[in-house]
Design a protein around this ligand. Structure first.
Ligand SMILES: Nc1ncnc2c1ncn2[C@@H]1O[C@H](COP(=O)(O)OP(=O)(O)O)[C@@H](O)[C@H]1O
Ligand SMILES: [Mg+2]
Length: 354
């Protein structure tokens, strides 16, 4: 095991401003000062998950942005190369642009901890909790944070009777989804009892844990958070208006009909409430660096409910975190640079949960 000491970020060059993510473009240090002190940087992209294609798009955007900032950045696909090569090839820092399993779930983070190479985003525990929608909900519920009611089914263990009674408990329509997937993969909106079995089967094919969740009818929003602990801040809320309210894989990546509104158009007080909730939801999971939380707002009561947190969100030029950051005055390149500047290791941080 190699627990090499790593230079804290502030000593490595980038100014404190680079760690204050809401500082806007003024916060980004000149490329010639900070960029070289990062040393050789790997942008981890691709990988083995179902979201490989999206990750390749995120990674190439990040790579280009970092290179434009003068960073000695290189693409690295863990599906094609062994992570141990990072050390042998002299990489000093990683930007994780992987999504889903083996990227966003604490496994790559654990490997980088062992290698002693600082990486962007959340550490091992926060990543592995956050990838699991059920574990995440348990933490949020124990902290009094709002999230839709749910029932959990385990592949191979649930009975026909159990499946049949779920709509009695959660009402219809309801949502069935795998506990650890992303990009709306395997998510089904169940309208009637007869659709339950197929929806559960489809989710169970992707994950042993199947989450059945109360459907929240109303506005869908997403809100990024940048930073760590006390310095973490919520960025502007984005309201998502998908065709027929159906924000599935197709409507996420392949149609032009989904509208992303920032400013969100929500009443100011409501936007503030959502920002407060997502910030707390982020902190109680011990997240660091960045994240993006998906939230539904009940159309009748206007109560927000947290759906999930993404600890390695999409980073293509069209992705939601860059879109919200732009609205806060942070360019895509500055965002990439600031995230890289905040790269860290669990072992040097001692993440404090708020
Ligand atoms: N409980 C719910 N009520 C209403 N819509 C939901 C609910 N859960 C998920 N959805 C819809 O499905 C989409 C994907 O679900 P989400 O929990 O964010 O998983 P992921 O994005 O990881 O696939 C959401 O963006 C939302 O449109
Ligand atoms: Mg989501």
């Amino acid at each position: 095991m190699n627990y090499r000491r790593v230079q804290p970020v502030s000593a490595a060059g980038p100014s404190q401003g680079a760690r204050a993510p809401l500082g806007g473009s003024a916060a980004a240090p000149a490329a010639s000062v900070g960029a070289h002190s990062f040393g050789k940087v790997a942008v981890l992209m691709g990988g083995h998950s179902a979201e490989r294609e999206v990750s390749l798009m995120s990674g190439s955007g990040v790579l280009k942005a970092l290179q434009a900032k003068g960073v000695d950045a290189h693409a690295f696909d863990p599906a094609e190369r062994d992570l141990s090569e990072l050390k042998r090839k002299g990489f000093k820092r990683c930007f994780i642009a992987l999504h889903g399993r083996f990227g966003e779930d604490g496994t790559v983070q654990g490997a980088l901890e062992m290698l002693g190479i600082p990486y962007t985003g959340s550490g091992v525990m926060a990543s592995s909790m956050s990838i699991d929608k059920v574990m995440t909900k348990r933490v949020w519920l124990s902290e009094g944070l709002p999230t839709p009611r749910y029932r959990l089914l385990h592949r191979g263990l649930y009975t026909h009777e159990q499946v049949r009674t779920i709509p009695d408990d959660l009402g219809l329509p309801l949502i069935v989804k795998p506990a650890r997937e992303g990009s709306s993969i395997g998510v089904a909106k169940v309208q009637g009892y007869s659709e339950m079995a197929q929806a559960v089967e489809q989710a169970a094919a992707l994950d042993a844990d199947v989450l059945c969740e109360q459907f929240v009818s109303g506005d869908e929003v997403t809100c990024p958070v940048l930073g760590t602990g006390d310095s973490a801040r919520a960025l502007p809320v984005i309201r998502i208006v998908a065709p027929e309210g159906n924000y599935d894989y197709q409507n996420k990546y392949f149609t032009d009909d989904t509208k992303y509104l920032v400013p969100s158009g929500l009443p100011e007080g409501e936007e503030q409430v959502i920002q407060d909730i997502v910030l707390k939801a982020y902190r109680v999971l011990g997240c660091r660096g960045w994240g993006r939380l998906d939230v539904m707002i009940d159309g009748a009561t206007r109560q927000p409910s947290l759906l999930e947190i993404n600890t390695s969100p999409g980073m293509t030029g069209h992705s939601l975190v860059p879109m919200s950051a732009r609205a806060a005055g942070i360019s895509y390149e500055d965002l990439c640079y600031q995230l890289l500047a905040s790269a860290a290791l669990d072992q040097e941080q001692g993440v404090r949960k708020k």
